[in-house]
Design a protein around this ligand. Structure first.
Ligand SMILES: [Zn+2]
Length: 348
C-alpha cells in the first residue's frame, strides 16, 4: 500500500522533514483511465490535499497508458509520427509526451548516478548528424564507461561544415544558410560532457580514450588537469573488437539504430537540436537502466547494475513511475509503495 513519504508542497515543512503521521487518509477517487481507485491524503500542517498521483510521472496526464509504449517506440527507432499512428494519438500529444518523458529521464539519470568510482576508463567520441537539412550539421558527443558501456553524458550542438568551394552544395549553402555564420559548438559540447564526468568523479585518475582529434587533448587537460591519462587511437586502425574505441563505436551505432532520427539514409530528421538531445536522454535511460549490456548477458545485467548503481535492471514501467524533480528526495523507481528515496538502497 502506498504511504506518502513527504508532503508534495515544497513550501511545507513536512516536505523536507516529514514527521510521522503528517497526513490523514481521505478515501480514494476513481480515475477514468484506471480500474483501481487512487488514495487521497491531506497534510495536517499545510492542509493541502494530494493523492498518490501527485508523486507520479503521469500526474495530470490525460493518457497515462501511452507513456510506456511511447518510451519503447522511441527507444526502438520508430519516428514520432509513426508512434502517433501506432498509439492512435495526435502527433502533437506524442511530441509533448516525449518532452515530459525526457525531462523525467534527465532527472532520473542524475538521481540514480550522482557519482562514479575513480580509476575507471571512459571512452568519448562524436557522431555527426544534422537539423532540418544536411547544410545545418550537428555534433553529438557521447561519453561512456569502458567496461559497462554505461552512457555517462551526451550533448548536442551545431557545427560548421562548408562544402568545397565552387561545388553545387557550396552554392546551395550560400543561398539557403541564414545570415551570419553558424556557430561551431563542438568544443563547448565536448567540454560540457567532460565536465559532467568531472563532477561525477571528483577525485582520482581519469583514464580517457578518444581518437586523435587535436581539440580533445586540450579540452580534457583543461577539465581534468593533472589527473588525466589520455590514450588516443588512430582513426585508420581497423574497427574491430580489438580497437580500443570499439565500445563507443558500437554505442554510437546503437544510437543510430534506437533513435530513428539518427539513422542514415532515412526519412526521419531532427528539426531542432534540442529535440535530439531529448531523444538521447530516452536512449540513455533505456541503455543504462533497462536494456542488458550485451545480448549474452543476463537480463538484469544492465550497465547500471554492473557499476553497482542498482541491484538489477529497471522494468520499462518503473522508469516512468515516480516524478524525479525532488533531487535526492525523489522516490526510488524500484520502490513500489513509495517508501524509499533514490539515496536509499531498495531490495532487488
Ligand atoms: Zn504540507
Amino acid at each position: 500500500m502506498f504511504i506518502p513519504p513527504r508532503c508534495p508542497n515544497l513550501a511545507c515543512p513536512q516536505h523536507l522533514r516529514p514527521e510521522p503521521g503528517f497526513f490523514r487518509r481521505r478515501g480514494r477517487y476513481r480515475p477514468l483511465c484506471r480500474p483501481e481507485g487512487v488514495p487521497r491524503f491531506r497534510c495536517t500542517t499545510c492542509k493541502r490535499s494530494f493523492s498518490r498521483q501527485t508523486f507520479r510521472h503521469d500526474y495530470r496526464d490525460h493518457r497515462p497508458e501511452w507513456n510506456v509504449p511511447l518510451f519503447m517506440l522511441l527507444a526502438s527507432g520508430v519516428g514520432l509520427r509513426q508512434s502517433a499512428r501506432v498509439l492512435d494519438a495526435n502527433p502533437r500529444s506524442v511530441q509533448d509526451k516525449k518532452q515530459k518523458i525526457a525531462r523525467t529521464f534527465e532527472l532520473l539519470h542524475r538521481n540514480l548516478c550522482p557519482g562514479l568510482q575513480a580509476g575507471r576508463t571512459f571512452v568519448l567520441d562524436e557522431e555527426e548528424t544534422y537539423e532540418g537539412a544536411s547544410i545545418r550539421p550537428l555534433t553529438m558527443p557521447v561519453l561512456i564507461e569502458k567496461e559497462s558501456w554505461f552512457v555517462v553524458a551526451t550533448a548536442v550542438g551545431s557545427i560548421r561544415r562548408l562544402a568545397p568551394a565552387g561545388s553545387a552544395r557550396r552554392v546551395r549553402q550560400q543561398l539557403e544558410e541564414r545570415p551570419g555564420l553558424r556557430p561551431d559548438q563542438s568544443r563547448e559540447c565536448v567540454h560540457a560532457v567532460l565536465s559532467t564526468l568531472a563532477q561525477k568523479v571528483p577525485h582520482g585518475t581519469i583514464l580517457l580514450r578518444t581518437d586523435q582529434k587535436a581539440s580533445y587533448a586540450k579540452i580534457a587537460k583543461d577539465v581534468f588537469g593533472e589527473r588525466l591519462v589520455h590514450e588516443t587511437t588512430a582513426g585508420t586502425l581497423v574497427r574491430g573488437t580489438h580497437n580500443p574505441l570499439f565500445p563507443i563505436n558500437t554505442t554510437l551505432a546503437m544510437t543510430r539504430d534506437n533513435c530513428g532520427r539518427l539513422r542514415r539514409r532515412s526519412w526521419l530528421v531532427t528539426k531542432k537540436a534540442e529535440r535530439l538531445q531529448n531523444h538521447l536522454l530516452i536512449f540513455t535511460v533505456y541503455r543504462n537502466y533497462v536494456r542488458r549490456r550485451f545480448n549474452r548477458d543476463q537480463e538484469a545485467n544492465t550497465p547500471a547494475k554492473i557499476l553497482g548503481l542498482l541491484p538489477r535492471n529497471l522494468h520499462r514501467h518503473e522508469v516512468l513511475a515516480w516524478r524525479q524533480d525532488w533531487g535526492d528526495l525523489s522516490i526510488h523507481p524500484m520502490s513500489n509503495c513509495g517508501s524509499h528515496s533514490v539515496r536509499q538502497a531498495v531490495p532487488a
